[in-house]
Design a protein around this ligand. Structure first.
Ligand code: HEM
Length: 136
């Protein structure tokens, strides 16, 4: 379908940066409150506010929106930033599980959520050094 009003990027389709911020806030709220994500929470610093800002900015650029996240980080690669953090199958699984719940809680677009989570599952699996289908 091609109409003038069709969203041009995933960023348009999700509803812009405010919707990404809602998703990210729910993700970190779950990480902070549910003991099922204890190992994942323990990997992060005490204050999750900088992560809320950074992940919102990263996903904004990743989905085709404004690229301000890269200002001052021109050479940053998300995979390199996660190298050496000790990510394993369990923590990768917790990340995807929390993100899946956050997406279901905040977004009303199942096909979009499925595609987004599939891409994130591949990234997370690579960060853990495992085969993507193992955690999808
Ligand atoms: C495999 C599961 C993952 C784990 C266990 C994980 C864990 C972490 C940890 C421990 C940090 C640093 C936190 C701190 O300094 O307090 C971090 C930062 C970050 N992660 Fe992940 N992460 C995962 C997957 C992802 C994915 C799939 C994305 C993107 C879609 C992502 C985006 C980010 C961003 C943007 C930052 C902040 C980088 C910065 O501002 O320096 N992470 N992650």
């Amino acid at each position: 379908m091609t109409t003038a009003n069709a969203p041009r990027t995933p960023f348009d389709r999700i509803g812009g940066e405010s919707e990404i911020r809602r998703l990210v806030d729910r993700f970190y709220d779950l990480m902070e409150s549910d003991p099922a994500y204890a190992e994942l929470r323990a990997m992060h610093g005490a204050d999750l506010f900088p992560m809320r800002v950074s992940l919102t900015g990263y996903l904004t650029a990743w989905m085709g929106g404004p690229t301000h996240w890269y200002e001052g980080r021109e050479k940053s690669c998300i995979m390199s930033l996660h190298r050496g953090l000790g990510i394993d199958r369990e923590t990768a699984d917790q990340w995807i599980h929390a993100m899946s719940r956050a997406a279901r809680d905040t977004l009303d677009d199942p096909p979009f959520v499925q595609s987004m989570l599939q891409a994130m599952a591949h990234m997370s699996a690579s960060m853990a050094g495992i085969v993507p289908d193992d955690i999808a």
